[in-house]
Design a protein. Structure first.
Length: 293
């Protein structure tokens, strides 16, 4: 890739440039688009011309505000479908934009890199907000001093291996209600084991989608019932396979007794509560200045 060669080409005054966009979804799928009249390829991505994606002007700022950019396009069966957008498959997807010499794609310049924000759909078309890399700098960072753990079960801070037997199961669905309540027949761990955990769809139309588990219980027929906080964005049917992982309420007792992972606990279980801080001195009793517990 030659930036200098592209700049030299632009200096000639007679140019053969176009814009190419790559959308990398969180599930790993990569889609390429270009406003050129023919398909282009580089970096292992084919940038298709017939998809109807139209990028608006990019405005870069020197501060930490979100770069002002949008992408417009038509919904098509082959590239961007309303069902995929509704299911959230493009939420948080990475976006890259190049200025490319279409006669020699080695002459190109990466002009934008960021993620997809809000997506609006109307009249068979979509409008996607693009957020620059500086958006992450606007988010609050640092730890919170609280009794509960600040890590997410299974992440780098937690360190617990969710593939440990008994903490993750692949299940075949017996019945589904509104893509939110799932019935399974397998005999697994005790009731409530998966509450606050995650359910991920492995097969079917909703493959790759996931949700947080609200309830995990047995019904009157002995069937395991797993309910999500929100319905998934695509149809899930009986016979589909899902993966459920155990949940954690982030208490130190749960970290020790359920996961044997107290050394990685990221909370402060002994921090005084607000009721202790608001207590006032008293005249009676043993006032030695020691612990009041």
């Amino acid at each position: 890739m030659s930036r200098d060669a592209l700049e030299a080409h632009l200096q000639t005054g007679v140019t053969n440039v176009c814009r190419c966009w790559a959308v990398i979804r969180t599930d790993g799928d990569v889609l390429g688009f270009t406003d050129h009249d023919g398909d282009l390829s580089f970096d292992g991505i084919t940038f298709r011309a017939e998809t109807g994606l139209t990028p608006m002007a990019i405005s870069h700022t020197t501060g930490l505000s979100v770069d002002n950019s949008e992408a417009l396009g038509a919904l098509t069966d082959s590239a961007l479908t309303e069902d995929d957008i509704e299911a959230g498959r493009f939420d948080g997807a990475e976006v890259k934009s190049w200025l490319v010499n279409w006669q020699d794609t080695q002459e190109r310049l990466l002009r934008f890199r960021g993620t997809i924000g809000e997506i609006r759909r109307t009249g068979g078309a979509f409008n996607a907000e693009l957020r620059g890399l500086t958006e992450a700098l606007n988010q609050v960072q640092g730890r919170v001093y609280q009794k509960l753990c600040g890590a997410v079960l299974g992440d780098g801070q937690c360190g617990f291996d969710l593939t440990t037997p008994g903490f993750s199961y692949d299940l075949t669905l017996v019945a589904v209600t509104d893509a939110q309540v799932f019935h399974v027949a397998q005999d697994m761990s005790s009731e409530h084991w998966f509450e606050r955990g995650q359910l991920k769809v492995l097969t079917g139309d909703a493959q790759g989608l996931s949700g947080l588990i609200k309830h995990d219980r047995f019904d009157d027929d002995g069937m395991r019932v797993i309910e999500l906080w929100q319905p998934l964005g695509a149809d899930v049917t009986a016979g589909d396979t899902v993966r459920v992982t155990a949940g954690c309420d982030r208490r130190s007792e749960t970290c020790q007794n359920r996961f044997s992972n107290l050394l990685n606990f990221r909370g402060f279980p002994d921090i005084p509560g607000e009721d202790w801080l608001m207590r006032v001195p008293v005249k009676a009793g043993n006032n030695t200045g020691g612990s009041r517990r």
